[in-house]
Design a protein around this ligand. Structure first.
Ligand code: OSB
Ligand code: MG
Length: 370
């Protein structure tokens, strides 16, 4: 018995310590959306981690708030759900808006973890006691500051370095990084900024830098060009933006568009779809890792638990909040060990202590539906 008594949706603005630049632009304040659902006096929290503008994917914090308020909440309120599958079926008629859906689904998993006195790791079928993590380094003003960022990240223990690139900010950076660190686990993320024909010469040259993978070089809706590109380069392609469902993953794998998949749980609509993609990839010998949306400690809690599943074999983007923000929404945030690991919590519920005071301080809009 899990009757949804209320749904609350909150929009937050979190000041960033430093901006984060990708090929699609610079993030200077990070907005996010929290979802709180209550059942039988218990509150479940989820994070619909999105950005202020539709730059990475079509959603924004405002579309998440709107879709949850206007469509998802009315579809689930006062109804009784026995499982996340049943919950999801209630709003499956909504086309797209995966991040909004994920925020709600995650809040439901949090309710389940509390009522069953179990951990998210247990609920998701996690098998690892710690996960490997990597650093994601934004586009920097200079090569020198990139080298400093790489050095800092290695000193902090991160086991792999991901550099954000865009046409004109790629090979020259890799060349200097490789001069100093010829052997580190290194990869790049193009965030859809390259075009197959226009940039083919550059894309082929990435092969010279012994990269673990090149993440989403081409357009989100173009797994066909990725498949063409994968046949022309040795560096494994990892898809991020393109993989929005298990069906997309199946198609991408079947045409050889990637050898690795970055699963961002919110991008695919939540933990259920994450697990489905994880399982499909495992059956097909495609390793996965967990990407991030610069989540707060709440969103990261779900990601860490999911990344403890067996086929998450590459380091995940899971830097703690203090890389970007001065305050987290949980008071006992995860940390990266000197050997690049994050421990997977096994305590019941979220595994982290939610700090409602900090949440309140940063909330700019809130809507309670009951
Ligand atoms: O493509 O993975 C991405 C940050 C903002 C937008 C898109 C991406 C990223 C990251 C960092 O690479 C991920 C994180 O640490 O949460
Ligand atoms: Mg990416």
């Amino acid at each position: 018995m899990m009757v949804i008594e209320s749904v609350e949706v909150l929009k937050l603005d979190l000041p960033m310590k430093t901006s984060f630049e990708t090929s699609f632009g610079k993030l200077t304040t990070k907005s996010t959306v929290l979802v709180k659902i209550t059942s039988d006096g218990v509150t479940g929290y989820g994070e619909a981690a999105s950005f202020h503008a539709p730059l990475y994917n079509p959603e924004t914090v405002d579309t998440c708030v709107y879709i949850i308020k206007k469509f998802i909440a009315p579809s689930i309120l006062k109804k009784d759900f026995k499982s996340p599958e049943e919950l999801r079926a209630a709003y499956d008629y909504i086309v797209g808006h995966n991040i909004a859906k994920a925020g709600v689904e995650n809040a439901f998993w949090h309710l389940l973890a509390q009522s069953g006195n179990t951990s998210l790791k247990e609920l998701f079928g996690g098998t690892r006691s710690s996960i490997q993590v990597g650093a994601s380094i934004g586009i920097q003003p200079t090569i020198k500051s990139t080298l400093t960022e790489v050095e800092d990240s290695l000193e902090k223990g991160y086991g792999r370095i991901k550099l954000k690139t865009k046409p004109g900010w790629d090979l020259k950076v890799l060349k200097e990084v490789r001069k100093i660190w010829p052997d580190i686990d290194l990869m790049v993320d193009g965030n859809s900024a390259y075009k197959l024909q226009r940039d083919l010469k550059t894309l082929i040259k990435f092969d010279e830098y012994n990269l673990m993978m090149i993440e989403q070089p081409l357009q989100e809706d173009d797994i066909i060009d990725h498949s063409t590109l994968q046949k022309l380069i040795n560096t494994p392609i990892c898809l991020d933006e393109s993989i929005t469902s298990v069906d997309k993953a199946r198609k991408a794998i079947s045409i050889g568009a990637c050898k690795i998949i970055n699963i961002k749980p919110v991008r695919v609509g939540g933990a259920l779809e994450t697990i489905a993609i994880h399982d499909l990839c495992m059956e097909n010998g495609v390793g996965v890792w967990c990407g991030g949306m610069l989540e707060t400690g709440i969103g990261r809690a779900f990601n860490i638990a999911l990344a403890s599943k067996e086929n998450f074999i590459y380091p995940s983007d899971m830097s703690p909040f203090d890389e970007f923000y001065s305050e987290d929404l949980v008071s006992d945030s995860h940390k990266v060990t000197s050997d690049g690991q994050v421990k997977v919590r096994t305590n019941p519920g979220l595994g982290y202590k939610i700090n409602d005071k900090v949440i309140k301080e940063h909330t700019t809009e809130s809507y309670l539906l009951e």
